[in-house]
Write a protein that binds this ligand. Structure first.
Ligand code: DX5
Ligand code: ZN
Length: 222
């Protein structure tokens, strides 16, 4: 297994000092960018301009998590803003074929394509579509807000995904998002996650770089 990927979510950062916050996570692998539209989720965050600003302030790959309706309308905008990966929610598209179409349009832009599933969404219907995706983001909280409690029952989806990805010989990355901290990351890693989003655990800490390092060690040791 390759080294765990730690992706701090800037949703929990202090935006009055965004540049410094990005320097403070110099030990991170990716930067997770949460886009919320106030419709798909009951919260608003920020959009393509802030994403482009983050891209200008860091050379880390941007893991852009679209919690928005009609994601297909926005993929080009976020590709231009500097996304390395664009993740959309399967609940925001009509059906499986529509999701595959969105993934193909993301890949055509030279960007990695990912889909995400909310806690109430089953993974099984997506297992034979995994080859269209570079990443699957399993939500371990209801999307919309940082700082929520980790839902350990979501790890069953991770186990199913891990087995299916391995059986199919794919290299699709399994990422988990919500409530990841030094207390929860080891169980997520043991279930088969490759990448870990952490918002509050990193940015509310006194030493964000140290927490990132600790999270990586805990995941690697699981
Ligand atoms: C929730 C977002 C998460 C959030 C994670 O809708 O997708 O990325 O920022 O925050 P924590 O790590 O605080 O649960
Ligand atoms: Zn997210």
């Amino acid at each position: 297994m390759s080294a765990p990927i730690i992706s701090p979510s800037i949703l929990a950062a202090d935006f009055s000092r965004l540049g410094e916050e990005l320097v403070a996570i110099e030990t991170a692998d990716w930067v997770h960018v949460d886009i919320m539209d106030g419709h798909f989720v009951p919260n608003l965050s920020f959009g393509p301009d802030i994403t482009a600003t983050v891209h200008r302030l860091t050379n880390k790959p941007l893991d852009v998590h679209l919690m928005i309706e009609e994601p297909e309308q926005w993929v080009e905008t976020y590709a231009k803003a500097g996304a390395h990966t664009i993740i959309f929610h399967v609940e925001a598209v009509a059906d499986e074929q529509a999701a595959v179409d969105v993934a193909q349009s993301i890949r055509k832009l030279g960007v990695r394509a990912g889909f995400s599933i909310k806690p109430g969404t089953a993974i099984e219907p997506w297992l034979d579509k995994l080859h269209h995706f570079d990443e699957v983001l399993v939500m371990s909280v209801e999307p919309g807000f940082g700082g929520q409690k980790f839902m350990p029952e979501m790890l069953e989806k991770v186990r199913v995904l891990r087995q299916s990805i391995d059986e199919q010989g794919l290299d699709t990355v399994i990422e988990i998002d919500g409530g990841i901290s030094p207390d929860t990351i080891a169980q997520a890693a043991a279930a088969g996650c490759d990448a870990f989003v952490a918002g509050s655990a990193v940015f509310k800490a006194e030493d964000p770089a140290g927490i990132v390092h600790q999270l990586r060690e805990l995941a690697a040791g699981a």
